[in-house]
Ligand binder design. Structure first.
Ligand code: HEM
Length: 289
C-alpha cells in the first residue's frame, strides 16, 4: 500500500492531532460510521453507543462467570487466540449488543477492518462481510433507537461489534502470551500501554494547522501513532469501551494465571501482519513436549 501521509509520533503531536478541531475523522466517504463522523452528528451517535456499552459496565456477574468458565474449560493444550481471546471478546461483545454472535458472524467481524479500508479506498471482501453483518444485526433487531438515521441503524452495530471484538481479542491474546512467557501478573493498564493493540489512527486536515510544532497543510492525511502511551486514543473519538476492555482483561488474565501450570510452554507463535492492528494469529500453550 503506497499511502501518502505524514506520520506523527511524538506524544505531544499525537495528542494535539487527536484533539484538534482542524482535523476531520472523515476519509471522505461513509457518513454513517461513528468513527468517521465529526461534531454534533458524532456526539449524537456516540451517546447511543455509550448506552449500549453501559450494558457491560460494570462487567455483569453473568459475563464475569462466562469468562471464568471459558478459561476453566481450557484443556492441557489450547490456543491463546481460538480458545481464549476470541471467545472471551465475543462474550463481552454479546453483552454489549444484546445478541449472540455465531461463528460465521465472528468470522465476518474479523474480515472487516472498519476504520481503515475507507481511508485507502480498499473495500473488497471486507465490504461484503460488513454488508452481511449489517443484515445480521438488522434482523436481530439491534439498535431500535429513534435518534438514528436508517443508515446509522445499519452501520453502527457493525462498527461497535468490530471495535469491541478486534481490539479486545488482540489485547487478550498478546497479554496472555506475556503471562505464559513471563509468569507474572501485571497491571492491565501497564499492559495495554505496552501492547497498544491499535497502532495508528488517521485524520485529515481541513485547514493549515500546526500540531505541537508539526505543520500540516489543508487536505493532508496524518497517521497518528498510539504507541506513545495512547492505547485508547484521545479527544472526541477516545475509546468509549476502555473501561469494559480493562475489566474483561483483568478477569480473563487472573483466571488464566490460575489454570497455568509450571510445565506449560508456548509454541507455534504466529503474529498477524496488519500494519494497524497488532495481533496474534495463534499461539499454542501445551503441557507436553
Ligand atoms: C484493548 C481493547 C481496546 C483498544 C486498544 C481500543 C482502542 C480504541 C481506539 C484507539 C479508538 C479510537 C479510534 C479513533 O480515534 O479513530 C477506539 C474507538 C472505539 N472503541 Fe475501542 N478499543 C478497545 C476495546 C473496545 C471495546 C471492548 C469496545 C466496546 C465495548 C470498544 C468500542 C469502541 C468504539 C465504539 C469506538 C469508536 C468511538 C468513536 O469513534 O467515537 N473498544 N478504540
Amino acid at each position: 500500500m503506497a499511502h501518502d501521509h505524514k506520520v506523527l509520533s511524538t506524544r505531544a503531536a499525537c495528542l494535539a492531532a487527536l484533539r484538534s478541531p482542524a482535523l476531520t475523522s472523515n476519509p471522505g466517504s461513509d457518513q454513517a460510521n461513528l468513527l468517521f463522523l465529526d461534531g454534533q452528528a458524532h456526539a449524537r451517535l456516540r451517546t447511543v453507543v455509550w448506552r449500549m456499552i453501559a450494558r457491560a459496565e460494570p462487567l455483569p456477574d453473568a459475563v464475569r462467570e462466562r469468562v471464568e468458565a471459558i478459561v476453566r474449560g481450557l484443556g492441557d493444550e489450547f490456543d491463546l487466540v481460538a480458545d481464549f481471546a476470541r471467545p472471551i471478546a465475543a462474550a463481552v461483545a454479546e453483552a454489549v449488543l444484546g445478541v449472540e454472535l455465531p461463528p460465521r458472524v465472528l468470522a465476518d467481524l474479523e474480515a472487516v477492518t472498519a476504520n481503515l479500508d475507507a481511508w485507502f479506498g480498499e473495500g473488497g471482501a471486507a465490504d461484503t462481510a460488513a454488508l452481511r453483518l449489517a443484515m445480521f444485526f438488522a434482523r436481530a433487531g439491534v439498535l431500535p433507537e429513534a435518534a438514528v438515521t436508517e443508515e446509522e441503524r445499519l452501520v453502527t452495530p457493525v462498527v461497535l461489534a468490530h471495535a469491541a471484538v478486534e481490539n479486545s481479542r488482540n489485547f487478550l491474546a498478546l497479554a496472555g502470551l506475556r503471562l505464559v512467557t513471563e509468569r507474572r501478573t501485571r497491571d492491565v493498564r501497564e499492559l495495554v500501554n505496552e501492547i497498544t493493540p491499535a497502532r495508528l489512527v488517521y485524520r485529515r486536515a481541513t485547514e493549515d494547522v500546526t500540531l505541537a510544532g508539526h505543520a500540516v497543510r489543508a487536505g493532508e492525511t496524518v497517521a497518528i501513532r498510539l504507541d506513545a502511551g495512547l492505547p485508547f486514543g484521545s479527544g472526541p473519538h477516545a475509546c468509549p469501551g476502555s473501561g469494559v476492555a480493562l475489566a474483561e482483561a483483568e478477569v480473563a488474565l487472573r483466571a488464566l494465571a490460575r489454570v497455568l501450570r509450571p510445565e506449560h510452554r508456548v509454541r507455534n507463535v504466529l503474529f498477524g501482519s496488519h500494519p494497524v492492528f497488532y495481533s496474534l494469529e495463534s499461539a499454542v500453550v501445551t503441557s507436553g513436549d
